[in-house]
Design a protein around this ligand. Structure first.
Ligand SMILES: Nc1ncnc2c1ncn2[C@@H]1O[C@H](COP(=O)(O)OP(=O)(O)OP(=O)(O)O)[C@@H](O)[C@H]1O
Ligand SMILES: Nc1ncnc2c1ncn2[C@@H]1O[C@H](COP(=O)(O)OP(=O)(O)OP(=O)(O)O)[C@@H](O)[C@H]1O
Ligand SMILES: [Mg+2]
Ligand SMILES: [Mg+2]
Lengths: 219, 219
């Protein structure tokens, strides 16, 4: 499904270049459930951003279903991101002025060009334990874990084939965290490809294999 | 040191009042190391904000060293927050336009009215594994765990007697997380009072006792 070939990502900063990814090569097959672990600052989020086409390499190539992303125009990439890929960001990236409901509905609106009359948004929010009264709140009015769960529902609203999660249970108690992992495991059983950054070995245990990073390299 | 008596905190929202804390009474003694656990949304962060005088109760009373906070004026409360209490927020709350170094120095500046010539800021950043080149970066240029570590250094810069941590290791790999916990344990050995929200039982193990919350009550 996804192939990285010698991908390097450098962040040029006044105080000196940061090599976040250092000639990383790896292949993710359709339907895999892969965990990504490694010390803080080792490049996990940067790797996920590359795999999810949110960011381009400084050098090296990224192939999606055999096609090199360098040959894709913005429309193609946007289509990929909207229809095929769901993101659960480490910092959630919810829109503070929209309610939880509106945050989850947003990608649906962008894809279907009309509000959700199917009840999908409500049902997804219910699955992550956010009831309708809570869904009317804005992110600043929600607890950390409630925000995280809204971010998870949003990532799934367009039923993406590829799901990218960056510390999906970081702010959740173990019971809620387990429920979320069961949900992801179920989606995996139904054929979705899941790439998950986590520092929790128990959470990594839900994956089929684990990629370990260190200083921008896969070890 | 701190005493809560029948503290209730209600968030009034258009969709209906949220009772985040429901008649909570508890006492924290000088030099204790207390963990606070409970499901997502159970009121842990709200409780921490009350204990740290960042927020006032809707009803009930809060006593610091025997004095009722209702009788404290803003100057007194500000003094408390600046000199006595250190906060590690769940969302870090770093200032995105300042470098990591400047973020940590900020409370020092506010307290001493002059820059840090003692090297304390550098040494604290070193203790949390942020070297000088990294300290020149701004929060958006740092990984999640690096931001968390900067937030920890900032909380400690004025050597507070009371340290409040809201999920201090949520974004850290287990090795770095352990280093942070050793640091907090050391501060506790030296007499600091530590109140720590965590959903990680292993992290809670560093504390002397655990308060468990559910639906805004201590159970
Ligand atoms: N600023 C706010 N305005 C309105 N409601 C709020 C606000 N902050 C929190 N709440 C609500 O109060 C309740 C308790 O929130 P709190 O943040 O204390 O929970 P928590 O235990 O820290 O959760 P988590 O483990 O998810 O961080 C939640 O239901 C939340 O939606
Ligand atoms: N936008 C950015 N600009 C500059 N440097 C960055 C940026 N984002 C990340 N970095 C740097 O790149 C390196 C890798 O960051 P990354 O966020 O991928 O690490 P991570 O493994 O996700 O860490 P964590 O576990 O702490 O979230 C870090 O040293 C970080 O400081
Ligand atoms: Mg990260
Ligand atoms: Mg919280």
């Amino acid at each position: 499904l996804i192939e990285l070939v010698e991908v390097t990502r450098v962040y040029p900063l006044p105080s000196g270049d940061v090599v976040a990814l250092d000639r990383v090569s790896l292949t993710i097959h359709e339907g895999e459930f892969v965990a990504i672990m490694g010390p803080s600052g080792s490049g996990k989020s940067t790797l996920l951003n590359q795999l999810g086409c949110l960011d381009r390499p400084t050098s090296g190539d990224l192939f999606i279903r055999g096609k090199n992303t360098r040959e894709m125009n913005d429309r193609e990439l946007t289509g990929l991101r909207l229809n095929t890929i769901g993101y659960i960001f480490q910092r959630f990236n919810l829109i503070p002025l929209l309610t939880a409901y509106e945050n989850v509905e947003y990608p649906y609106l962008m894809k279907h060009r009309e509000p959700d009359y199917t009840g999908r948004v409500d049902s997804l929010l219910g699955m992550v334990g956010i009831d309708p009264p809570m869904a009317a709140h804005k992110p600043p009015e929600l607890s950390g874990g409630q925000q995280q769960r809204v971010a998870i529902a949003r990532a799934l609203v367009n039923d993406p084939a590829l799901i990218l999660c960056d510390e999906p249970t970081g702010n959740l108690d173990s019971v809620t965290g387990r429920q979320i992992m069961e949900m992801l495991a179920e989606l995996h059983r139904k054929g979705r490809t899941i790439l998950m950054v986590t520092h929790d070995a128990e959470v990594a245990g839900f994956a089929e294999r684990t990629i370990v990073m260190k200083d921008g390299r896969v070890i």
